[in-house]
Design a protein around this ligand. Structure first.
Ligand code: G4P
Length: 534
């Protein structure tokens, strides 16, 4: 808890809310832990409840989820560093990968992309990067595991630019690598930062800093390493992209940092530079225009709903991102989509590894509110009666599809109820064949684990068994045309026409080739890769 008293405006301006994105094993958990260590939220590394225990076979998932109760503790973390109040949003690893992972990015104001220096840009990083890019938020790159042998730093920079199509600007440059990783050259300050042992990553790493032409560094590094650094810097000055704050803030240029989360090397300089460059919560777009976070009128939107797996309490937690005004426990707000006043009685916040009841919260903060089943993803809550609705939370394209039905015709009503509720909650997306009923639906998910969750929850919460058959489709596109006439539409053999719950047409494809094929066959056809939530 902050010791100082801040005004409302100061509270807003000291907030930084970001997501860490990476491919599993790149070091996201370790880096998060080190941020907490530097922020003083934990005393020694290793004390954050290990997410490693969550790296498990799919079949273990339900058991773990049950043991964890509501698995929110690691979803959002808040801690203080200097006078900043930092919210970190976790994006789960690939076993847990789901639409939630994407939606979490809707609540972030910036992203930190962690890359393993021996692997370069990996598949999941790419997916998450594209969502960040779509939002136009600043993306910072931390190239991790420099204490291990990896790709050449120039190759890594090239890989980022080629694989992600973003220009990059190295903020620091590694001196040595693997066992020989000694420190970094800080390009902004034009100084060398040599790391001293941080007790194998358990405690804060100290560094020796100074002007790069200070003779002591030549002695400390030895001729070979020092000369290598000089020639690298010369090359960088010619080859690299220039630092441009506007380009960084609009997400067109990623500042790149090298370090090692495990040994703490480069973590604090990264955090400091990140906090200096990023901005507090910015105005958000809504149906009423951009909403200023510093406006006194409380508002926010729901970006994630997490079901409690405890069958005795079938409640859910809705995650609300506060966008403007001050939140106070017990306040009554207007649930715009339902046009209903509700009292936010027991809001929760996630500080370091604990879940606590929150009394006040500010724009940029995430609070968890009890959901008796009234919220949908994308809903807006606000203090006044202005019909304010935050826009821009897309429905992401599922990548796996299955037909789902119940073998028990007496359970059909329960089946439809469960399917509809789970889709409203955002756990699955639901489609059907044109003009078909709901006896058999097509379920689309981003991560295959969602299928298991679906089966488990239908059984446990709705007492319904299901039949599920995987479909070979990997892509969905929303048909974006005012007048779509299926009669004049030519499909390829390996595609399927379906419709959303609202009756909007979609097409399922097996590969990108067949998307191109259908586009060529149907002149004027417009296919969307995401769709807006209603
Ligand atoms: P994730 O959340 O992105 O999935 O990655 P996580 O932090 O769990 O790190 C994955 C593995 O990489 C861990 O090893 C971790 O210790 C290691 N690691 C993270 N950062 C660094 C780094 O800077 N240098 C090196 N050398 N390793 C790093 P593990 O073997 O899976 O677990 P553990 O045995 O270390 O607990």
């Amino acid at each position: 808890m902050p010791e100082k008293n801040f005004t409302f405006i100061e509270e807003v301006r000291r907030r930084r809310t970001f997501a860490i994105i990476s491919h599993p094993d790149a070091g996201k958990t370790t880096l998060t832990e080190k941020f907490l260590l530097y922020g003083g939220a934990i005393r020694a590394a290793g004390s954050v409840k290990s997410r490693r225990s969550q790296k498990h076979a799919v079949s273990d998932w339900m058991e773990i989820e049950k043991q964890r109760g509501i698995s929110v503790t690691s979803s959002v973390l808040q801690f203080e560093y200097d006078d900043f109040c930092i919210n970190i949003l976790d994006t789960p690893g690939h076993q847990d990968f789901s639409e939630d992972t994407y939606r979490t990015l809707m609540a972030a104001d910036s992203a930190v992309m962690v890359i393993d220096c021996s692997k370069g840009v990996e598949a999941q990083t790419k997916k998450l990067f594209h969502v960040c890019k779509m939002r136009g938020i600043p993306i910072f790159t931390f190239i991790n595991k420099m204490d291990r042998e990896g790709m050449n730093p120039f190759e890594l920079i090239e890989d980022i630019e080629n694989a992600l199509g973003i220009r990059s600007c190295p903020m620091n440059w590694p001196i040595g690598s693997g066992k020989n990783f000694r420190g970094v050259f800080n390009r902004h300050k034009n100084q060398i930062e040599l790391f001293n042992d941080g007790n194998h990553g358990q405690s804060i790493a100290k560094s020796t800093t100074g002007d790069m032409f200070d003779g002591k560094f030549k002695d400390l590094l030895g001729d070979a390493l020092y000369d290598q650094l000089l020639s690298d810097i010369e090359l960088l000055d010619i080859a690299g992209d220039e630092y441009d704050l506007d380009e960084i803030l609009s997400g067109n240029l990623t500042p790149v940092f090298f370090g090692s989360a495990l040994t703490n090397f480069g973590v604090e300089p990264f955090l400091e530079s990140f906090l200096e460059i990023t901005r507090p919560p910015q105005p958000r777009s809504s149906n009423l225009g951009y909403i200023d976070p510093e406006s006194s009128n409380f508002s926010g939107f729901i970006f994630k709903i997490q079901a409690n797996m405890n069958p005795a309490h079938r409640d859910r937690i809705a995650f609300l991102r506060i966008c403007s005004g001050k939140f106070e426990k017990g306040m009554s707000v207007n649930h715009v989509q339902k046009n209903k006043s509700i009292k936010l009685a027991q809001p929760q916040q996630f500080v370091a590894q604990d879940r606590v009841i929150v009394d006040t919260a500010y724009p940029g903060d995430i609070i968890g509110i009890h959901d008796p089943g009234i919220f949908n993803i994308g809903d807006t809550l606000c203090q006044d009666n202005s019909q304010l609705k935050y826009t821009g939370i897309p429905q992401f394209a599922p990548e796996h599809f299955a037909t789902v039905s119940t073998p028990n015709s007496l359970k059909r009503k329960q089946f439809v109820k469960g399917i509809m509720q789970l889709s409203e909650e955002g756990a699955i997306q639901v489609y059907r064949r044109p003009h078909a009923g709901m006896e058999e639906v097509i379920v689309g998910v981003v991560g295959v684990l969602q299928f298991e969750v679906l089966e488990y929850r239908l059984k446990n919460e709705y007492n319904v068994d299901i039949n599920m058959h995987m479909l070979p489709y990997r892509y969905i596109r929303w048909i974006e045309m005012d007048k779509f006439d299926p009669a004049n539409f030519t499909l390829a053999m390996d595609t399927m026409l379906a419709e959303t719950k609202q009756g909007d047409p979609v097409v399922l494809f097996q590969n990108e080739w067949s998307i191109r094929n259908v586009l060529e066959r149907n002149k004027g056809l417009v296919l969307g890769e995401t769709s807006r939530l209603e």
